[in-house]
Design a protein around this ligand. Structure first.
Ligand code: ADP
Length: 606
């Protein structure tokens, strides 16, 4: 929009400049042309003036010659005439004038320099010529005209011939103007001389001769005919229309169907009685002015175009920069928003992490408490079994001790020492049971380290033995060769196995197939322990829930629902996993997957 406005303004300025500019430029060129034309005019006037001046004084000088005076005093004297004729011819040749002739007061030519030529003036009467009439009245006269006899144009200087103070005749000098006129031909400027009526008498353009630059009114024609200035020459009007161009006088001339404009400069020559005119063709000036204006306009257009291009570029650049700035601002705004969002999310995550940590801490605390509670519960269960286990050996020890004292009394020392060995063995067995109880009751603070699966299984069996016997279950163990030590805590792993095997014993109790299978095998850097029973299995609906605390399907007083939950967390603490599956042939399979212990640790343990 702004660009359009600027273009419109530029156009208006351009148009104004074109009009104003062409006028200004036209004036400059016209001034130059005028100076040129003025020089031409000055030269033409000077040439004409010089030419005429040469002859101006001559008629009076020659009129005072004795022989001339004598002739006009005695015009009929043939001898005098002949001498005068010869004299005039001689002078005429000498002065390079056209003709010299002498007239009597009645206008009759009595002597002439061309007396012997076919167009001799002798006998001609020029009384009608103003130059004769003026001179006859005693004045020095001048006239230009077309010769009525010779049909040759010339400038006439007339002078009275005074004899004793009386005008007796007139002498006339006719001067040729052809030479001067010839010098005007072929020039670029048109030079012409016009008479007071506006009729062209001399011109470098022969076709304009005897044409009038003024309308040929009857008065003008009458005045011209009276002096017979142009003899029988045919006069015509030259369509001459004055005007101005760039503050200078111009004329438009329609000649031979072609209109042409000229700058016109005129200078009257009052002494000669004519006006010298110079016409200069304005076409080159106009072309030059127009070319200059066009060149200036083109230059302005180019400059305008360049400015427009520069402005447009700057506008585009500004637009682009603004777009970039907007995009940058938008981006920054988004980044700020995003950062704020992220900060919010971050702080929420931090809060959640803190919450989780707290929950985890609480959970671990609860877990530790539960383990302890579980253990105490297990202890209660076990104490019944243990009292049974310990009572038997104790009764046996008592019996062996009583028999030993009897045997010593009877001197049967060998049998007595045999009894003592049995007592010792029974005490060892009881000590071993009590040691496990101590371990079980202690809160685990052991570190994770390489634990031999076989060792843990052996200790476990000692604890679960009584329960297995009570359920009449049979435990089969298959420990693959070379099973590496696992990363665990021996007492806690033992606790896990006690739990799972006890559950298996519970499951198979009272069934036909009461086999429980324990296997241990290596699988890459893992060791998998499995406990399989042939019981009813775990329904898939409660697969997930059996590891929850206090989940039990056993009757009140029989199960707390803590065993698997505690076991699950213990195995997790080892970095392993505990899962349950149903065996295709029936029964449940509990899988404990543990990491193989680090070699270095194993070696350190060994
Ligand atoms: P509890 O033995 O005190 O019930 P557990 O956490 O040891 O608690 O066991 C949770 C439940 O998992 C049991 O009540 C039982 O329903 C199921 N369960 C555990 N072991 C077996 C198994 N070998 N066969 C079938 N069900 C089992």
């Amino acid at each position: 929009m702004r660009l359009l406005l600027a273009l419109a303004i530029a156009l208006a300025i351009g148009l104004a400049l074109t009009f104003k500019g062409s006028a200004v430029v036209g004036r400059i060129y016209m001034k130059e042309a005028t100076t040129q034309a003025a020089t031409t005019l000055r030269l033409a006037v000077a040439a004409l003036d010089g030419h005429l001046k040469r002859y101006e004084a001559l008629p009076a000088l020659i009129a005072s010659q004795n022989n001339i005076e004598a002739l006009v005093f005695d015009p009929k004297n043939e001898g005098l005439r002949a001498r005068t004729n010869a004299y005039l011819k001689e002078i005429n040749a000498l002065l390079t004038s056209s003709d010299i002739y002498v007239m009597t007061m009645d206008g009759q030519t009595i002597a002439a320099s061309n007396y012997d030529s076919p167009v001799s003036f002798i006998g001609e009467n020029f009384i009608y010529r103003p130059y004769f009439q003026d001179a006859a009245q005693g004045r020095q006269s001048r006239f230009y005209a077309l010769g009525t006899t010779s049909s040759k144009r010339g400038y006439y200087f007339g002078s009275p011939i005074l004899v004793d103070g009386v005008i007796r005749g007139v002498i006339v000098f006719k001067v040729d103007i052809d030479l001067i006129e010839d010098s005007w031909k072929g020039t670029d400027d048109r030079i012409f001389v016009s008479d007071p009526e506006g009729i062209i008498f001399m011109t470098g353009s022969p076709e304009w001769l005897y044409s009038s630059i003024n309308p040929l009114t009857p008065e003008r024609i009458a005045r011209t005919e009276a002096s017979r200035r142009y003899a029988d020459a045919k006069l015509r009007e030259l369509p001459f229309q004055p005007g101005t161009y760039a503050g200078h006088d111009v004329v438009k001339i329609r000649d031979e169907g072609k209109e042409q404009e000229y700058l016109i400069l005129s200078q009257p020559m009052p002494e000669a009685g004519w006006t010298v005119n110079v016409l200069m063709n304005t076409a080159p000036v106009r072309i030059q002015a127009n070319t200059t204006v066009i060149a200036v306009i083109l230059t302005l257009c180019l400059a305008g175009l360049a400015i427009a291009i520069v402005l447009q570029r700057r506008m585009r650049l500004a637009e682009r920069m603004q777009l970039q700035a907007e995009a940058r601002n938008e981006l920054e705004r988004r980044v700020v928003e995003r950062t704020a969002d992220l900060a919010r999310v971050n702080s929420r995550i931090k809060e959640e992490i803190a919450e989780r940590r707290l929950t985890e801490q609480r959970l671990r605390q609860t877990q530790a408490d539960l383990i302890q509670a579980g253990k105490l519960a297990g202890l209660g269960q076990m104490s019944a079994a243990l009292s049974h286990e310990l009572n038997q050996p104790l009764a046996a020890v008592k019996t062996y001790a009583e028999t030993t004292s009897v045997l010593i009394d009877r001197g049967r020392i060998e049998e007595a020492s045999d009894n003592l060995r049995r007592i010792s063995a029974l005490i060892d067995r009881m000590a071993s049971i009590s040691k496990h109880l101590r371990n079980f009751a202690r809160k685990p603070n052991e570190k994770l380290g390489p634990v031999s699966v076989a060792d843990v299984l052996r200790d476990t069996l000692e604890i679960v033995d009584a329960r297995l016997k009570a359920a009449d279950a049979k435990l089969e163990t298959e420990i693959a060769r070379g099973v590496p030590a696992v990363k665990a805590g021996a007492v806690r792993l033992q606790q896990v196995l006690v739990n799972i095997i006890t559950n298996a014993a519970d499951a198979v109790e009272g069934l036909e197939d009461r086999r429980i299978t324990f296997t241990a095998s290596a699988n890459g850097n893992k060791v998998v322990l499995s406990v399989r029973d042939r019981g009813p299995g775990v329904p898939s609906a409660i697969h997930e829930r059996i590891f929850d605390p206090f989940f039990t399907t056993k009757g009140v007083g029989k199960g707390l629902g803590l065993g698997l939950s505690i076991s699950y967390n213990i195995v997790k603490d080892f970095g392993g996993s505990l899962s349950v599956a149903d065996h295709p042939e029936g029964g449940a399979v509990f899988l404990i997957e543990l990491d193989v212990a680090d070699d270095n640790l194993l070696e350190a343990a060994e």
